[in-house]
Design a binder for this molecule. Structure first.
Ligand code: 2HG
Ligand code: ZN
Length: 465
């Protein structure tokens, strides 16, 4: 049997590769939201590039399907294993090199978390340009594969913009790419940029060379409240003009109430809509931030200058995901809109969409400075895709995207056509075929599965296998 031969090959590559411990495997088979559960035929944990390349080679040889996983923080079932799949994780590939203080870069293996990389950079007053609430679990490999965004995109761009070099294991080419910290390299399309956002369908990341950015000495966080979204939209327009902005986030009263109950505290300001803005600079910021906040005209505002105060204000934004998870299994729609149309979109969700779905609890928050709204819906059945489709179709029809930063995964693969033409999907498939001609990696992720068997629609509710 092909699977038995594959597992035997893994044992020959290294006796440590395979794990059968159900206590280790079981939690990796349910996605972070608990909406999707699959099962794995085995768990393989390579320790280095050679082992990973040998595993992928053996899978090609035997035609065994592999599901790749980093920190298992996907919100679109992009890392959940299907029934006939062997799970491959980067858990044992987590070395972080000393930063290159001249090139301002750092090289880390795929399984290192964002927090681990930042711990290596911090003594040098450096950090990664990408930061996100799941920093303690999200891995560099997963962040590259999904082109993760997070809270500082407004200043530094997403993961793709941090990538200087990459090593990748693909089924067709084996281990390819280089990790040299070149800030410029126009020798054809950039492999790292091609890998970013491919969601593990082209290859598995071994390691990445990333930009490091300076930690700036001055930092101020402002939490502002507004009576309506239209007041916020105007404030966003003004605040985005500040060269010191490093994050510009929003929350609404329903999410803030939930977070308030979850944390057992009341927010320092109150209103219908909230903006959290972070300003960072090497120069004194006080007068500048006071002028910007004044110009934004909030109803109330709270400013924090020290580390503890800033963290406390950030908690109101970052606790949203965990607070919503305590309310139920959320359907998560991570959309982006042209910033000029944000107001219209939010009014549609809170107006006609809410009226059509009176049983849903709707929580809106996100990275407003990037036009990115996280629409969280609690109360819909796991397999109710119509609700997801209504929100995503609306965003697409308004010139937005159905995935701003979480990726397409399996949840949105059947809806990729909302934002990509059939010719564009054919081009993506051609790229996939060049790297993974037998389709052994992450089947059904990003591109709808050719057979339809691994897509969400058509399988048992809430179950991938
Ligand atoms: C965030 O911005 C994450 O906190 C998670 O992207 C968003 O829970 C969500 O929908
Ligand atoms: Zn986000």
């Amino acid at each position: 049997m092909a699977l038995a031969r594959f597992l035997r090959s893994c044992e020959e590559i290294s006796p440590r590769l395979l794990t059968a411990d159900p206590d280790i495997i079981a939690p990796l088979c349910t996605d972070w939201t608990r909406r999707m559960t699959g099962k794995a035929l085995g768990l393989v944990r390579p320790s280095n590039e050679e082992e990973l390349a040998a595993v992928v080679g053996a899978a090609v040889e035997e035609g065994v399907q592999l599901q790749l996983q980093g920190g298992n923080t996907s919100l679109v079932a992009g890392a959940t294993p299907l029934g006939d799949t062997v799970l491959v994780t980067s858990a044992r590939m987590r070395a972080v090199q000393e930063p290159d203080l001249v090139s301002l870069s750092i090289t880390a293996e795929a399984g290192a978390t964002a927090a681990e990389v930042n711990a290596a950079l911090a003594p040098h007053r450096l950090k990664l340009g990408v930061d996100l609430a799941s920093r303690d679990s999200a891995t560099i490999g997963g962040m590259v594969a999904t082109n993760a965004g997070g809270i500082h995109v407004v200043r530094y761009g997403s993961m793709r913009a941090q990538l200087l070099g990459i090593r990748l294991v693909t089924p067709a080419q084996g281990a390819i790419g280089r990790l040299s910290p070149l800030y410029k390299d126009n020798t054809g399309p950039h492999l790292a940029a091609i890998a970013a956002g491919s969601e593990g369908t082209f290859g598995m990341v071994v390691a990445a060379a990333l930009r490091a950015v300076p930690v700036l000495s001055e930092s101020v966080v402002a939490l502002m409240s507004f009576p309506s979204f239209s007041a916020v939209a105007e404030a966003v327009r003004r605040i985005r003009l500040s060269p010191a902005v490093s994050a510009l986030e929003f929350m609404t009263a329903s999410g803030m109430d939930l977070v308030s109950r979850h944390l057992g505290r009341t927010p320092p300001v109150a209103g219908a809509v909230y903006l959290l803005a972070e300003f960072e600079s090497a120069f004194p910021l006080l007068d500048h931030v006071a002028a910007v906040v004044d110009d934004a005209s909030p109803s109330t505002s709270a400013l924090a200058f020290d580390r503890r105060g800033r963290a406390e204000l950030w908690r109101w934004r970052e606790a949203h995901t965990e607070a919503i998870a305590t309310a139920g299994i959320a359907h998560k729609m991570d959309v982006s809109l042209p910033i000029s149309r944000l107001e219209e979109f939010v009014e549609w969700v809170e107006g006609p969409f809410a009226a059509d779905n009176p049983d849903l609890h709707i929580y809106l928050f996100g990275h407003l400075g990037d036009g990115n709204v996280h629409v969280n819906l609690v109360g819909a059945e796991s397999d109710d895709l119509a609700t997801d489709e209504a929100v995503l179709s609306k965003a697409a029809a308004m010139g937005g995207s159905i995935s701003a930063e979480h990726g397409i995964g399996r949840l949105k693969a059947p809806l990729l056509h909302l934002v990509r033409t059939s010719s564009e999907i054919a081009a993506l498939r051609a790229l996939k075929d060049a790297f993974d001609p037998d389709g052994i990696l992450n089947s059904g992720v990003l591109l709808p599965s050719r057979t339809g068997g691994h897509a969400i629609s058509g399988v048992a509710p809430g179950r991938l296998a």
